[in-house]
Design a protein around this ligand. Structure first.
Ligand code: GCV
Length: 643
């Protein structure tokens, strides 16, 4: 596609396959996709699709829908076998990733299967441009890939190319519209369904199922009923009929995503019903067709009085949903944000994830960088996500192993030529897919894989240096020690230490002249720390054992409080903010040194973003340092410039 960055699938990565003789056995739509891929690579590099004497065999042995594949290397031949079309597709991309190594060496047999069955991207895309949120809510990569001029795109080439990129990192589900469902978008469920079907048709070629965000009020706003009460027979019938019509147009439709009773979206509370009642009604409508409802747990009071110290937003999801454990239908998945607040650069893992053993949970991450630099800053989130997925909920079983309902990320993609606005933000998308496939994978290995595919060897060390520590760098120059927010209200870009301090959103830091932080202990605070299983409830409860990086999330301490690092809180704030900016300066220099080794357009885009990142990081440093110097009166031990 002209003018569009090839991301992790540049032509060159197909050379090892494209120069070989490949035998393809089996039939079906995904085998056709694989065959077309191989044929295209051979046309470019001189290999062939053959009937005998192959170097590579790609074989579909059945049709059981499995995504697993076997990779086998023996007698100078490489074989991928799968019993489902998707497995063959993933096996093909596995060979692409291995490059020459797929055709070297002897006697290797490996079985690959995804750790999580559902690996999904949620797009917060609006069909029409929303007056406040724009077309893509919290989108930093241009307009929507799916919707243009108030309709589904007529030309779906870009959507197909997106599907291809996603399949190459293992993603198998996409929700195509915003969880805040506005008037036009509500109709995607009914009279505008053919537009969704067109998109689903393009994504299906790469094994991706399409999901739709729906409004809980649909029976009223679309069906003309007087109620959306989930226990009302007519309402249930309406949903049953609407869902059946979806499946008649999109037989492999994945299901619904629902944000209910959250930030103004309608939900079951209006009818005195529980969230299990609401989710189960939709689950019942989807069940005959094999679909799933993803019901979001992001339910909290966004009209809180800041004076009210008894309400703690961090507690909300647990308080609302844990009493409902065991009540959700088998095809209802509760989708939980990975942290208790809202995708801050540092949050503890949501205690809900460990507290609902009788419910299928999906964990939601945010690839779109709402609070992590909005794709103007380099911030590779792989280490943070990996920490979340490997977190031992009860000291043992990991989040990754509890996410039976899958791993979901809010997509960072738009119609930008580089897909993600900041070209290096592609690494987040890729890392998400690979971690969803293998939640225990080493994120650094995934980063190397992405760099190798996207850039080749030349600039690899430099690109790695820019990305590897970028999440910690971002953390250093923004809100300290897990306290979060301190962003400009509304758009959430750039610093405003008190921006949300006296607001109704429940996101406070409580800084005064003596100290800072939120007391969430059981002993003297909101009791949030007690929502964790052992050992975490005790670890977080105590000032002695609470990890430094989360200290202000769990405790209110004085500026002179000594961290485990041996620094006081105030000196930590000063030091990290100076260091963070220095690290951005260093990253910018490294990037500049790669000019000859990186495609000029891509290089220029990143270079331009680095200028803004540096400006913004300095602003963060100076506002945060000045704020705390003025509040505390404690000077920087190193006497650096604070305003
Ligand atoms: C789609 C945060 C964001 C909202 C988003 C919401 C959610 O509050 O700022 O834009 O809405 O999360 O996850 O539903």
């Amino acid at each position: 596609m002209q003018g569009v960055d090839p991301a992790w699938l540049p032509d060159g990565v197909f050379r090892p396959i494209g120069t070989r003789r490949t035998l393809i056995r089996g039939s079906g739509p995904l085998v056709d996709t694989v065959r077309a891929e191989v044929a295209q690579a051979c046309a470019r590099f001189g290999g062939a699709v053959v009937r005998a004497d192959p170097d590579l065999v790609l074989e579909l042995t059945g049709d059981d829908g499995s995504e697993a594949f076997t990779y086998d290397r023996r007698g100078g031949c490489t074989t991928v076998t799968a019993s489902g079309g998707a497995g063959l597709l993933y096996g093909f991309f596995h060979v692409v990733r291995l490059a020459e190594a797929a055709f070297l060496g002897e006697a290797r047999r490996e079985r690959h299967r995804p750790g999580l069955a559902l690996r999904m991207l949620d797009h917060w895309d609006n069909v029409s441009v929303h007056p406040v949120m724009g077309q893509v809510e919290r989108g930093y990569a241009g307009g929507s890939l799916f919707w243009q001029d108030g309709r589904a795109r007529g030309d779906l080439d870009r959507v197909r190319a997106y599907g291809r990129l996603l399949a190459a990192c293992g993603i198998n589900a996409v929700a195509v519209n915003n969880v805040n469902v506005h008037a036009a978008e509500a109709r995607l469920l009914t009279d505008r369904l053919p537009e969704v079907a067109d998109i689903a048709g393009a994504l299906r070629l790469y094994g991706i199922r399409t999901h739709l965000s729906v409004t809980f009020a649909a029976p009223v706003v679309l069906g003309g009923l007087e109620t959306a009460d989930p226990l009302d027979a007519e309402v249930r019938e309406w949903w049953g009929g609407a869902t059946a019509r979806v499946y008649s147009e999109i037989p492999d439709f994945g299901g619904f995503v629902v944000k209910a009773d959250s930030e103004g979206q309608p939900g079951p509370f209006a009818y005195g019903r529980t969230h299990a009642d609401g989710a189960n009604m939709l689950a019942a409508a989807l069940e005959p067709h094999g679909g799933t409802v993803h019901w979001r747990a992001f339910v909290y009071d966004h009209r809180q009085d800041w004076r009210d110290r008894s309400t703690d937003r961090a507690r909300a999801a647990y308080d609302h949903f844990v009493p409902l454990d065991g009540e959700f239908a088998d095809n209802a998945v509760l989708q939980v944000k990975h942290g208790p607040m809202d995708f801050q650069v540092r949050e503890p893992v949501s205690p809900l994830i460990g507290a609902m053993p009788g419910t299928r949970l999906a964990v939601e991450l945010q690839a779109t960088q709402e609070y992590t630099g909005q794709q103007r800053h380099v911030c590779w989130l792989g280490p943070m996500w990996s920490e979340v997925l490997r977190f031992g909920i009860d000291g043992e079983s990991s989040v990754g192993s509890r996410a039976h309902g899958g791993l979901v990320a809010v997509s960072d993609v738009g119609d930008d030529p580089f897909w993600t606005g900041h070209p290096l933000a592609q690494a987040n998308l890729y890392t998400f897919g690979r971690l969803a496939w293998e939640p225990a994978a080493d994120p650094d290995g995934i980063l190397d894989e992405w760099i190798g595919l996207t850039f080749g060897d030349g600039p690899a060390a430099g690109v790695r240096a820019v990305l590897a520590g970028s999440w910690r760098t971002y953390e250093k120059y923004t809100a300290p020690l897990g306290v979060g927010f301190m962003v400009q209200p509304g758009h959430h870009y750039g610093p405003s230490v008190d921006g949300y301090e006296y607001s109704p959103w429940g996101t406070y830091h409580f800084a005064d002249r003596d100290g800072i932080g939120v007391d969430r202990s059981v002993r003297s605070g909101t009791g949030y720390a007690g929502q964790y299983a052992k050992p975490w409830a005790e670890v977080y409860e105590s000032l002695e054992t609470c990890p430094d990086e989360l200290l202000l999330f769990f405790h209110h301490v004085s500026y002179g409080h000594m961290l485990k690092s041996g620094k006081t809180v105030i000196q930590h704030i000063y030091d990290t903010h100076f260091e963070g900016v220095e690290e951005v300066e260093a990253g910018r220099e490294v990037w500049a040194s790669l000019a000859e080794l990186v495609d000029p357009a891509r290089h220029a885009r990143v270079a331009e973003r680095f200028e803004e990142q540096l400006r913004s990081a300095r602003e963060w440093r100076d506002q945060v340092n000045s704020y705390f110097f003025r509040k505390s009166g404690v000077p920087d031990a190193r006497r650096r410039r604070i305003y």
